[in-house]
Ligand binder design. Sequence first.
Ligand SMILES: [Zn+2]
Length: 853
Amino acid sequence: MLLCFCVIAFFCGTTQDLGYYLPDSVQYNPAIPKPNTIIHHEVGEWHVTHDRLVDYMKAIASAAPDRVKMETIGLTYENRPQVLLIFTSPQNHKNLEQIRQQHIALSDPTKSTSIDIENMPAVVWIGHSIHGNEPSGTNAALISAYYLAAAQGKNINDLLENVIILFDPSFNPDGLQRFSTWVNQHKSKNLVTDPNSREFNEVWPGGRFNHYWFDLNRDWLPAVHVESQNRLAVFHQWKPNILTDHHEQGSNATFFFQPGVPSRVNPLTPAKNQELTAKLGKYHAAFLDRIGSLYFTKEAYDDYYYGKGSTYPDVNGAIGILFEQASSRGHAQQTANGILRFPMTIRNQFTTTLSTLEGAKNLRKEFLSFQRDFYKTSATESSAAATKAYLFGDSKDKGKNAEFITMLKRHQIEIYDLKNNLKAGGYDFKNGSAYVVPAAQNQHRLIRGIFDKTLSYKDSLFYDITSWTMPLAYGLPYAELGSAQYNQNMLGEKVITAAKPVQNSFLKSEYAYLFEWSELLAPAALYEIQNAGIGTRVATASFEILVNGTSKKFDAGTIMIPVQMQTWASDKIFETLKSVSQKYNLQLHTLTTGSVLSGSDIGSSRLANITKPVVAMITGPGVNATDAGEFWYLMDQRMNIPVTHLEPGIFNRVDLGKYNTIVLVGGNYNELNKEKLKTWVQAGGNLIALEEAVTWASQSGISNVTFKKAKGGADSVQMLAYVDKEQIEGAQQVRGVILRAEADLTHPLAFGYSYPYISLFKSNRVYMEKSKNPFATPFYYKEKPLQSGWMSRQNADAAKNSAAVIISGLGSGKVISIADNPNFRAFWLSGTKLMMNTIFFGRMVDTGFSAGE
Ligand SMILES: [Zn+2]
């Protein structure tokens, strides 16, 4: 019988007990539960679900209270707990708060000189599987947690005395749950290793992303999402010396650990960071050699964009380490290297956690003194820098100011009110709506990483975006102040919180109300008013009128709510507007007359009726999931506007009559019935196409757009060295640049913008010719639109004088084509108004043009 059992176990092939993972010759405390007693399977036998993962972490924490404390740092969108375990020695646990405070002081040059690091523990954050469908990290966390709680002997005692381990078993709980459910439900008793099998091919959008289909490993800097916000708060509460980021790569690879490509390190990262990364690398190599695992280093991935988990620490006095394990994706998969089994991928991740901790223990003093020096040299670097302060603020959009301030404060950046009005960089900055960020402060390097533009690079290949200059992305007026313009007297109060008191001082009217469109959340307010059944109009030109006895100018885009001829009585209208004003911190104005001082009277048809948008977006295979998620997030989280997600199969068979607006984000729409879409537009539909969808809509005969082609980098007649292929072809990619588009502020698609230009984000090669209709290209590029980022000469040529936005008519409908991504990663607020204008005002644009043709 025993023999028979062995044979079965052999053929099942993947079930490994803990002995496969754990180092030899270590004794374990029998009081600590093994993973299988809590999660009901061996590690690597099934993919652990997030709820079982948390069950195990709880069990560990209650079985070893002197070694491990567990806290919940927040909840995800789907209300899963983000748990953090702190492993260290019983003695350190007793003094944990004191150790933390002393550690934090190391990053404060006013305190750090007097700190003795001789006996200070290092702080290491071990982080797993921010991409939910890269499961070996999270599954290895079960082994690591068991080891750290249960191992006995001198080695573990030394480690726990010298290191505080912050342990996050799952950076992306919602993604992990989605993926584990998928992969477990497709597991066969006799493992199927054929990569074509359903187990290895998740349905759209896949478990990589969070609830809103965002890549959380791009969100460390913008911190748009709750998962990142909760994590950043703890990051700065502890300021670790090392942070590890356990990922997976393609199944045919081996194992990668940093350092990455040396020429692609962000120039703000000190060279010493990469030296220490390489020193740690020696430990990873030695530990992987011991278990016979292949690996590579230096020739892939980079440390450029600070929004990634392995790069954000680099600009905070720490070392971020990226690990990339070849993915078995499912339980066992055929690869170029043979059958890759899930347990092996878990073992490599666990092993590099051990190597990281060993390196941290041995190099502890080097990491600590590097962190201290990093912040000491911030002061010298800032005195050498040309820019002494950054000034920002939009007097017409306090919502956007608040978003930007909140983001800066998550990174512990100090901000001050501007004391007196100041002209700088072509803008009028006003006390009350303008803010100063002095360059000379602890976070000097990160401030530069947030504010600076970049136009020169050592390398032209990038793993992620090449520029993200945040004030441009947010669409905020800003200026860099040199030593001639900056002095400390311009600093008012230190900004503690971005929240400003609600302005709600308007009186009840029997005539009409107004509010301006320039505020970030004005579209949310408009929708809520429309959804309450209240009729609304938009001013298509500016006008001046008396408000509370003083003359005030209102720009085109101002929303007017008349009181008469509504379904509701004036009391109910006032109550609704009061609540909307409070909710969105929006100033409403009471009118007692329709007679203006200049412009059109309030009863003019130039104040056009606008009806409620009923919006659907196409989602599903072919559609770029992150682009779709960005639009969903914009509508749902920011604007509180519902959007129907239409899969192509559903689209093709339902009645589209109930939607007046359909959005196609970047992606491939070949599954969509284009004749049906065309008929819907002709009948009056408002179609909005972004990025590659612009090309598809044009090729499908739905829009009237022609394109400019970017010439390739390699001339086909030329002979080139094969070794340069990747570099030459890669340089022709547009990996994310910031372009300045000129705006026609009189056009409904530009309502709410205060300046005749906006910054748009481009990561594609879609270049549109300007429309033949002179009124139909409301946003376009001039000779040199590049504001920041890397773009080849060929791409820059194609972008030159091209159109950014075109609106064309088809029957009684409209098609709005936007070549770039106005919603990028949800922090590109510069494009938000454009996107919301397409939703609310696209339907009212007159696209007719007859002259001259
Ligand atoms: Zn990844």
